[in-house]
Design a protein around this ligand. Structure first.
Ligand code: ADP
Ligand code: MG
Length: 431
């Protein structure tokens, strides 16, 4: 008997056995493959369908696959945004009994896109800014838990829409290291150097392909990542000192971090020997301030900026409907059932794969604002919704699972213009 296939997974999905492991990934039949945009990579990565969901399969060595599998598990436990691990497949052989590479299987992150698929023709400066700002937040969060990435780049990151901004997820943990006692300034700056070089290279690459808006500077974009990272890192970690009678500064610091989307789980507060000066420094911070509040109040689990946006609407609703007094939870429940859910449910079925519900809600709010501006008066929600569905949403591509043609030669459907310049895909990145 030949060597047996070995599957490592925390929850064994019997569907894993149905995938054609005895074929090299490059030769998997198209019925097993799902066409989705993907970033540039060293290894062969393809998407496959597994028990009704989409997974990414990466062929690599067994040691690398296991290491990355472990790392993704650790990062998941540490609650940083990364792709979810599914399995490591080792001991693969082809029909002639010859060994095949091991495979790392991860869950395809729904509604996520590689950076090259976020815009149709050219990358515009504001989109580039939003991309690197999102990556900076991710890098701060990773460093905050002691993760040294080693290969920070746009290609190793996935992006999801987040109420006008982006939320970044780590996709490639192969070079990463976890340091229990935190990172040294040297390790952090090494990651920043790598990020800067990689991003500049990736943007220059776009420029070479005619996909960068004229006048946009690759180095400036790469530098913005560093600046954005530094300002966030300083806000999260710096020590502040003030006179003993200015204790409100403590609340101010907490508030400032909350506004940036972080909670302080532990803060060190010390006074000087003479008791005149107070020193404060956040020790343990946790991202997801607005996400947690929204989840607690409504059970909705969304991205940070989406949560901020939804909470804003909820707070406004609560202020308007004051008969419920100050009971936040009651008001949240009422807002959920009377405002949020009706909007989401009013989206026709055939359009529901276009955007996540929270992103749709955010866009409806934006649309309402534009319509009211235009007309100089407030517009009823029903009217806003029907205009949004017909004039905006219907013209977007599906982002839940962007199904592309199997080969580049297949004729492409014409993309309709939409309200958003970042609306298209890079067919060259399709499998
Ligand atoms: N779980 C996933 N969900 C969505 N896309 C993925 C996933 N895993 C990999 N990809 C896509 O495949 C590309 C390459 O994966 P990566 O792990 O970076 O490979 P490599 O180690 O060869 O660089 C990524 O840029 C991403 O676009
Ligand atoms: Mg990679």
């Amino acid at each position: 008997m030949t060597e047996a296939l070995s599957i490592t997974a925390s929850a064994i999905d019997p569907g894993l056995l149905q995938l054609p492991w005895s074929l090299p990934l490059a030769q998997w039949p198209s019925r097993a493959i799902v066409s989705l945009p993907k970033g540039l990579s060293r290894h062969l990565v393809r998407f496959a369908s597994l028990s009704g969901r989409v997974v990414a399969v990466k062929e690599t060595t067994e040691a690398m696959a296991r290491r990355e599998y472990e790392m993704l598990g650790n990062l998941h436990r540490l609650d940083v945004p990364c792709v979810e691990r599914v399995a490591v497949i080792a001991g693969r052989t082809d029909d002639a009994g010859l060994p095949l590479p091991a495979a790392l299987v991860t869950a395809h992150l729904r509604f996520s896109m590689p950076y090259r698929a976020l815009f149709t023709q050219v990358l515009r400066p504001d989109t580039a800014d939003r991309l690197v700002d999102a990556l900076a937040v991710l890098l701060v969060r990773l460093h905050n838990v002691g993760f040294f990435w080693g290969d920070v780049s746009l290609s190793n990151t996935l992006f999801r829409r987040d109420a006008g901004a982006f939320a970044a997820y780590l996709v490639d943990a192969e070079t990463g290291e976890l340091h229990e006692n935190g990172l040294t300034p040297g390790q952090r700056s090494h990651d920043l150097d790598v990020a800067r070089t990689n991003i500049a290279g990736e943007i220059m690459d776009l420029a070479a392909g005619g996909r960068l808006e004229r006048g946009v500077d690759a180095i400036e974009i790469a530098d913005r990542l560093v600046a954005s990272y530094r300002s966030l890192w300083t806000a999260l970690t710096s020590q502040e000192s003030f006179a003993a009678d200015e204790s409100w500064r403590i609340t101010e610091r907490v508030q400032k971090l909350n506004d940036l989307g972080f909670d302080i789980d532990e803060m060190s507060i010390r006074t000087t020997a003479d008791g005149t000066t107070v020193l404060i420094q956040p020790k343990v911070v946790d991202a997801g301030h607005h996400q947690r509040r929204l989840l607690r109040l409504t059970g909705l689990d969304v991205e940070e900026n989406q949560a901020r946006r939804l909470l804003n609407d909820l707070d406004q609703y609560r202020a308007r409907i004051s008969r419920l007094g100050s009971d936040e939870e009651m008001a949240a429940h009422e807002w959920l059932t009377r405002v949020f859910e009706p909007v989401v449910k009013s989206i026709p079925y055939d359009l529901r794969a276009k955007l996540e519900p929270a992103e749709v809600f955010h866009q409806v709010l934006e649309h309402r604002w534009y319509m009211s501006q235009e007309r100089g008066r407030s517009v009823p929600l029903a009217e806003v919704l029907s205009s949004y569905v017909h004039d905006v949403l219907r013209h977007r591509r599906d982002e839940a699972t962007i199904m592309g043609p199997p080969t580049e030669t297949t004729s492409l459907p014409l993309l309709s213009p939409s309200d958003d310049e970042d609306d298209g895909r890079d067919w060259r990145d399709l499998v």
